[in-house]
Design a protein around this ligand. Structure first.
Ligand code: GLN
Length: 550
């Protein structure tokens, strides 16, 4: 923790899903681009120790850090916006806080005292805020997003802790930002400030006076309206910031900057820094809005009704699209539909196919069918984690003629080409028992993977239990599958590919967790590039055919 570390707390009011994560990440970017060293942190008030055991239907994607923490998906936005790897310290849950306190209590660590929410829980929370500042090099600013909305019972200890932080750290070192909703009521033709007044009142009742209000709205707020909000909520007029609906999340930092958010923040925190350098970011955003060509990529998954379940994948495609100068349209295909209707109906028009990660056997046969369709029809394919496992099963079945499956889905299968490693077999707990976090991978020279990455030693993040069964490498390899990436220490397959196919590659890891706006992930960039080639070839084919007919 630096001597003068500054702490910014972002709370939310009125309703959830106002985009607190994006708002926090955007502020992080603006401060980082002023040369400050920024770390972001998320508080989650639920009792789960981490989201690892929660269904994607409940919680959306589980984001995994290099150090193997299973965290909230907002950490993905943080990393993408500030282009910095975060650690387990960046996600604190009520479950973690209580787990630590109860363990200490059982060890007699409280020396006979009564253990209470104030001060023991709040102290533990404050300790974790300060720990976030110890992320390697000196940290100038910690931005902590408090999950949930003000008024939630379970969020109270966190709000109490951040209230105390200003007393502890001093006035100039702590800033409170409140994200709120300023809705337009259609029937009244009016923008309403009352929900915001109430939510700020709620905060003030527990002793927090927000310094800045970020007002989510679907239309511009007039000067008069801002003045009214300022008056009723006891904030400066210029600190009522309009957070108007954006077409792309990457646009949000630019909007905030235009509204003067970062100017106010650095002034209030007495940070002596120049204006932010946003040229590169601006160029990227302009490109998002100006690309004319497009490709269709089919994502064959199980959680397709919940786009939050594939957040990082969606963002990775945005990055890869910008790099290839094409807009990527994602077509969400329910793997079970492919089981019912066959692949052609759903995949015929796709310029590329992605099979993402997943757990449980629902839809796996549909995914296997989708892989086969892509392999046999020369459609660019990228498999991620379960997607790799399904590609191996498909190849073992169709090309090698084996009665194969993953033992996750058929424990008695004759050829478990995907299987548990020995050390995983003894584990009975569900939480935290997977291969998690960053592992090094060595890439074989002369392969597609090598061409894409441009290097032979990489590091990727994992979250899975099952692996390619090494007993089958010989027969798979003999039939043409190339194992182009290996985790040497345990001789585990990390990347597979099929030469002779325009683009067929899969990783046992999650590439989407490491894609950044300015550094798209090579596997996504490659998929979109190959999809663009196919799209062009198809439209040339169509024009040629039309020419012949005419
Ligand atoms: N269910 C598979 C496993 O545990 C794949 C997991 C994933 O795709 N993240 O290995």
């Amino acid at each position: 923790m630096g001597e003068k570390t500054k702490y910014i707390f972002v709370t939310g009011g009125v309703v959830s899903s106002l985009g607190k994560g994006i708002a926090s990440a955007s502020l992080g970017l603006l401060l980082k681009q002023r040369g400050l060293r920024v770390v972001l942190q998320k508080f989650d008030p639920y009792l789960n120790v981490d989201p690892g055991t929660m269904s994607p239907f409940q919680h959306g994607e589980v984001f995994v850090t290099d150090d193997g923490a299973e965290t909230d998906l907002d950490l993905g936005h943080y990393e993408r916006f500030i282009d910095r790897n975060l650690s387990q310290r960046s996600n604190v849950t009520t479950g973690q806080v209580y787990e630590a306190i109860i363990t200490r209590e059982r060890e007699g660590g409280y020396l006979g005292k009564t253990v209470q929410v104030v001060p023991h829980v709040t102290d533990e929370i404050k300790k974790r805020i300060r720990l976030a500042a110890e992320n390697g090099d000196d940290v100038d600013v910690v931005i902590t997003e408090v999950g949930g909305t003000t008024g939630d019972i379970e969020g109270l200890p966190f709000l109490e802790a951040i209230r105390q932080m200003r007393l502890d750290q001093g006035r100039d070192n702590v800033l409170y930002i409140h994200l709120t909703l300023v809705p337009y009521i259609k029937t009244a033709h009016e923008i309403k400030t009352k929900p915001t007044q109430h939510s700020v009142k709620g905060l003030r009742e527990i002793g927090i006076q927000p310094d800045i209000l970020l007002c989510r709205c679907d239309r511009s707020l007039s000067k008069e309206l801002k003045a009214k909000i300022a008056l009723f909520c006891n904030v400066e007029e210029r600190s009522v910031i309009e957070a108007i609906d954006a077409e792309s999340i990457y646009h949000v930092p630019l909007q905030f900057h235009k509204e003067g958010l970062d100017d106010i923040v650095v002034e209030r925190l007495r940070l002596d820094v120049g204006p932010p350098d946003l040229a590169e970011w601006e160029a990227m955003v302009n490109k998002i809005f100006s690309m004319t060509e497009s490709v269709d990529i089919a994502v064959v998954g199980k959680y397709i009704q919940i786009v939050d379940a594939y957040k990082s994948i969606i963002e990775s495609f945005t990055h890869a699209g910008v790099a290839n100068d094409v807009h990527v349209n994602l077509k969400w295909v329910d793997a079970e539909k492919i089981e019912q209707d066959g692949p052609a109906l759903w995949l015929e028009h796709a310029d590329g196919v992605l099979v993402p990660g997943g757990f449980g056997d629902r839809g796996t046969e549909g995914k296997i069918t989708a892989v086969r369709y892509a392999r046999e029809n020369g459609v660019p394919f990228l498999g991620i984690c379960l997607g790799l496992q399904m590609a191996v099963v498909e190849f073992a079945r169709t090309v090698c003629g084996l009665d194969a499956n993953s033992s996750e889905f058929d424990p008695d299968v004759e050829h478990p080409v995907i299987d548990l490693m020995l050390e995983q077999r003894s584990k009975s707990k569900m939480g935290g028992t997977m291969r998690l976090g960053a592992y090094p991978c060595v890439i074989r020279e002369g392969t597609l993977a090598h061409r894409l990455y441009g290097e032979t030693e990489i590091s990727e993040r994992h979250r899975h239990r099952y692996e390619v069964n090494n007993d089958y490498r010989e027969i798979l390899g003999g039939n043409g599958m190339v194992f182009s990436g290996i985790y040497l220490e345990q001789d585990l397959v990390e990347i597979i590919e099929l030469p002779g196919h325009p683009y067929f590659i899969a990783g046992q890891f999650h590439p989407e967790l490491k894609s950044r706006p300015m550094r798209p992930h090579p596997l996504f960039r490659g998929l979109v590039g190959a999809a663009k080639d196919l799209r062009r070839a198809r439209s040339h084919g169509a024009t040629a055919a039309a020419g012949r007919e005419g």
